[in-house]
Design a protein around this ligand. Sequence first.
Ligand SMILES: [Zn+2]
Length: 398
Amino acid sequence: MLIALNERKEYVNVAEKKWSKDELKVIRKETVFECPVCKRGVELKIGSIKIPHFSHKKNDLCFIKGEPESEYHLSGKLQLFQWIQKQQVDSVYLEYYLPAIQQRPDIYFEQAEKKVAIEYQCSTIDQKSLLQRSRKLQQLSITVQWVLGAKKVQRTGTNTYRMTPFVWLFTMISKTSQPPKLIVYCPVQKSFIILHHIIPFTSQNVLAISEIVHIDSTNYHSLFRKEVSMQALYANWFKKVSRFRLLPPPFESSEVRYFNSLLYTKKQLPIAYIPTLALLPIKTAYLIQSNSYIWQTYILLYIDSKRASFSFRDITREITRKINERRVKIRYLPHIKNMHFSYTLKEYLSCLCSLGLIRKGKDGEFIKVKDVVWTNDPHQLVESDEWTKQKLLHLSKF
Ligand SMILES: [Zn+2]
């Protein structure tokens, strides 16, 4: 932590630029510091790697967990604090202790009667504590904005990222019809990295459009409002599809193994030959955890088994059955409210309508227009991928 109390019970912010390291060493000799939360003595650490900070004495347990803090976390927290300080806010505090809930958000500020806490999270904590921390702040009518340390997100290729279930808890949505986004901060680059339009390809691999925003070129309000077009995502998505056809991912889970054998039994096709219609970029696909092509193929197989028409309820029932059989998994995101995987299914069916496989009939019925093409001809698949990409790019303009 960067704040402690001196003997006169004054707050000392060790990160303020007023002192050099030598001056701090003198202050350290002359002052007894205590933790503002538990009132136990703390030590002022002045090393060569980490920025100067306070630390509880070994074996001293504070009410507030979170130590030891890494240099990455300490400097990121400080940069975010100084960033808010430069903005027009009524008041801003670093490590502001809230005794009522025994929490100390990294940064707390008030602006036009709005109370905001920024939590900069660089280490993995369990989902329960994370949600509890948000809930308690909300009880005090404080809006909590989580910013994840950039180290937590792993880039796996151009526009592809690996996101663990923990990272998923930091995603946010601005509109229910849009894919989620994620804002991370890197204190080394002094930049926010925004992942826009996150669409999962497999359960942990996602496509997104990244934008790097230097901390000095944005403010709190515009950062969270930034939007970009989805056009680039479609092109990247279909690059991913061609790689998938050449080199399908290993069968990493029982879901994929089961899927593979079912596909072989029903259509005598390997996984790399699934129709393009089972490889569509669906904006709300994040609500389902299983690889996108798995649940999309299950829907196509269902449509295939119907002679003329089916209803939205039939599809929901079919996927619910797969969920109960553990062939499809839902992504549990308790921080995103009022969303349900049925939105994903609805969006998928609507996409199949746009692509001419089915059309809407009366009373929520869908009517088959064409049969799904299952083929082992690679040229036909490549053509179909390209046609679908062009069609989606065209449709996304409107
Ligand atoms: Zn303490």
